[in-house]
Design a protein around this ligand. Structure first.
Ligand code: PEP
Ligand code: MG
Length: 761
């Protein structure tokens, strides 16, 4: 006997193998009917109007009624199940007061009824029903089977609904105007343009395995194809070398390395020598490599799988002699694809590319990094977007919110155009602020610093008037290597930043790995990584890594005027601070003994966990500055994983508990007369910046993109007004209330331009 779990899996798997939604639900009802050995299984789905259910599929009732039968939500047992949001199990359905007979359905023959609601994220999507002639109560096992199935089904249906293939009469996609597909922000900005869909240039899956007729000839063909791809990539490097920073260009170098004999080429050759023809050999090797990457947990490594595939396709195209066809790129091209790769960008003239949308990938993909460096709005991970239907379609892309609008309405277009124009004018105005201090109208001075990590950040930050570096995320350069960088390599990189920013202060955070940031060459496998071996916990356990890093920081600062501040992430007890201080002092001594003269650095503690909030005074006493990492502090205070989309709605940056904690930390620092700053995303939001300034944070450190707007808001407000707002906010009960109040206040002060508006059509 099959277990219930196996049956469930089979049913769901079979259902998801259909491309048409209507076929999928039909297969489902048939399979459930068989598995439960009942006479009828039907599925009713809530219509778009949300007041009626449609019969979407049935096995056992009159099939001709599919798409015909409608039931209001206040009608019949189906409506009752939906309203109750609970299973209803009846021996004699027609005796129930809610029973409503469906004419022409053939329903009269059935006595017993079991209906379970299909609910996704609190919303009822439909009702799954089984019926039987025999008058009997379905047993508990049957009931729990159907409940379990309905819970899994909910996800599948929600996905179908999102892509527009929902309900029985609608054709997908075309039927909806102004449909919004949500992904994740890849690079900021709004754009309107024409979709150009990038297909993979060749299809590896379609390549058959075949014996080579002439091994030497196949090897020769392979060589030619690889040489041709090398040529293409070298051209890309040349084309981009002027406009892209070194670090991003290194990606294309990595492509060249992958083509080397000791990597992909070697393996493909070996396959050919074993008698496979070149295309088959290529397919085998690429599949193997991609498969290995895709199984990896580390997101950075998974992304490398995409790079390998892209390369494989390029080689295949030459083997098949179907090079890139000349695609026409209109002005305002929006590049759309299942998996847009950095190499695809090379085919498009830079002045024609206005946005990028990739179904796969995330904010940390190389593509997103490139898009930010090129200042092109990008949305990643728009998993529900029907990419291949979009050729030539007008799209609106909002990289700030990670949203793509298909078939935008006239209103949406007007609004988006306004937004783009406003943004352009505003940005231009804001450039005038570059040299001006960030000071409130009543003379309160705030320091605006930047968070940095990518190499392109230096110029962007200085262009926008950054007064210092408030957070150098040193793990980013560690992540783009395949081993720990040496002391000399680190010194070189850090010095580049310190020289560029001299005489401004530079805050170097010590290696903050663990959680969602892992190094390929130093894997950490844990059940609960965010509560595990993270940040300072790792580096205190590995003094050899910590000391080398601190020595590099000290040496990088030698002879420069800017202040070096070393900042410790994830501190949850004072012991960690004391141990780290000891190591920093050891490193300082060693560097001095080597004859390099450097001042002792300032040492700061990041306040990122609730424990540190309650010990802020003690930590302030033992250090030179405190800096709140509000991204993590919010995650740990609210117990909401900052990367989990399912609970994203609960991650509220101005949750009253977070605001209270922020104020406590500021007070503790003031009492101990220690510098207090913040470097989480909150500092870069208009609402956050105003409240933090009111609390007395001396340093707000943020992404360079946000800096000019924050400066504008603070220069146009009085601290006394901000303090009055804070006093009110501290008495509020919910994040919604705080946000609404602050938005209204900023609007009333004529500062509404910095607030996001696009949602109110
Ligand atoms: C934070 O947690 O707020 C922070 C600035 O650090 P990161 O985002 O790098 O974890
Ligand atoms: Mg953090």
């Amino acid at each position: 006997m099959e277990t219930m779990l196996t049956t469930l899996r089979k049913i769901v798997q079979e259902m998801t193998s259909y491309s048409q939604f209507s076929d999928a639900v039909q297969s489902l009802v048939a399979a459930v009917k068989e598995a439960m050995d009942t006479d009828v299984c039907s599925i009713f789905l809530l219509n778009k109007n949300r007041i009626e259910y449609d019969l979407a599929a049935t096995d056992g009732l009159n099939v001709a009624q599919v798409g015909e039968v409608r039931l209001r939500t206040d009608q019949g047992l189906v409506g009752f199940v939906g309203r109750r949001a609970e299973p209803i199990n009846l021996e004699q359905a027609n005796q129930h007061p809610e029973f409503h007979f469906l004419p022409d359905s053939g329903e009269e023959a059935f006595n017993s009824f079991l209906g379970v609601p299909i609910i996704h994220q609190r919303k009822t999507l439909g009702v799954l029903v089984v019926q039987q002639t025999q008058s009997r109560k379905f047993d508990e096992a049957e009931e729990s089977f159907l409940v379990t199935l309905a819970a899994q089904l909910a996800t599948v249906i929600a996905h179908a609904e999102a892509v527009g293939d929902f309900g029985v009469q609608q054709t997908p996609f075309q039927s909806k105007e102004d449909n919004c597909f949500v992904g994740v922000p890849g690079a900021p900005g709004v754009a309107i343009g024409q979709a150009v869909v990038m297909h993979p240039i060749a299809n590896l899956d379609a390549v058959p395995e075949r014996d080579a007729e002439d091994v030497t000839l196949e090897l020769l063909l392979l060589d030619r194809a690889i040489e041709a791809v090398r040529g293409d990539i070298t051209n890309i490097i040349e084309e981009f070398s002027a406009s892209l920073p070194k670090q991003e260009l290194a990606l294309f170098d990595a492509y060249l390395h992958m083509l080397d004999d000791n990597a992909l080429s070697g393996d493909i050759r070996a396959q050919i020598q074993r008698g496979q023809w070149a295309q088959g050999a290529l397919k085998k090797v690429i599949r193997e490599h991609v498969g290995r990457f895709e199984l990896m947990e580390d997101p950075y490594l998974r992304e490398r799988g995409a790079d390998v595939k892209d390369l494989g396709l390029r080689v295949l195209a030459y083997l098949q002699d179907i090079r890139d066809k000349k695609i026409h790129f209109p002005k305002n091209t929006i590049l759309v694809g299942e998996e847009v790769t950095p190499a695809m960008l090379a085919n498009i003239p830079a002045d024609r590319l206005s946005a990028i949308v990739s179904i796969k990938g995330s904010g940390s993909s190389h593509l997103a990094i490139l898009a930010r460096a090129m200042d092109i709005p990008a949305v990643m991970g728009a998993i529900d977007l029907p990419a291949y239907d979009l050729e030539g379609e007008t799209l609106v892309v909002d990289g700030d919110y990670g949203e793509v609008f298909t078939r935008p309405s006239a209103k949406r277009l007007i609004l988006s155009k306004e937004l783009i124009e406003q943004e352009r004018i505003f940005d231009e105005e804001l450039t005038d602020l570059k040299e001006l201090p960030c000071i409130t109208q009543d003379g309160w001075r705030v320091q605006l610093w930047v968070n940095i990590g990518l190499s392109g950040d230096i110029t962007r930050s200085l262009d926008r008037g950054a007064e210092g570096i408030g957070l150098f995320r040193t793990e980013i350069p560690f992540m783009s290597q395949d081993r720990f960088p040496t002391e000399a390599e680190q010194t070189g990189l850090y010095r580049e930043h310190m020289e560029a920013f001299e005489p401004r202060p530079v805050t170097m955070r010590t290696l903050d790995i663990g959680g969602d940031k892992s190094l390929t060459y130093f894997p950490i496998k844990e059940e609960n990584p965010f509560l595990g071996w993270r940040g300072i916990r790792v580096t205190l356990d590995h003094p050899e890594i910590f000391l080398v890093q601190v020595r590099a920081m000290l040496k990088a600062n030698a002879g420069l005027m800017g202040e070096l501040r070393i900042m410790l992430p994830m501190i949850s007890s004072v012991n960690e601070l004391l141990e780290a201080k000891e190591l920093i002092s050891q490193a300082h001594q060693e560097v001095m003994e080597e004859g390099v003269k450097v001042k002792a650095p300032q040492i700061g503690v990041m306040i990122e966990v609730p424990a540190a909030v309650y010990q802020a005074r003690l930590l302030a006493k033992e250090s030179d500055f405190l800096a709140v990492g509000s991204n993590d502090l919010t995650q740990y205070m609210l117990a909401v994983d900052r990367n989990n989309p399912r609970v994203a709605g609960l991650y509220q940056d101005v949750h009253p508990a977070v605001i209270m904690a922020l104020r406590e930390v500021a007070r503790a620092a003031h009492t101990e007369q220690t510098g207090i700053g913040i470097c989480g995303e909150l500092a870069g939001t208009p609402v956050g910046a105003v409240l933090l300034m009111a609390m007395g944070y001396h340093v707000l450190s943020m992404n360079a993109t946000h800096l000019p707007k924050v400066k504008w808001v603070i220069r146009n407000i009085k601290r006394s007004d901000a303090r009055r707002m804070l006093a009110r906010v501290l008495r509020m009960n919910t994040a919604e209330e705080i946000n609404a109040f602050m938005h209204k206040q900023l609007e009333e002060k004529g500062l509404g331009r910095v607030l996001p508006h696009h949602h109110d059509l």
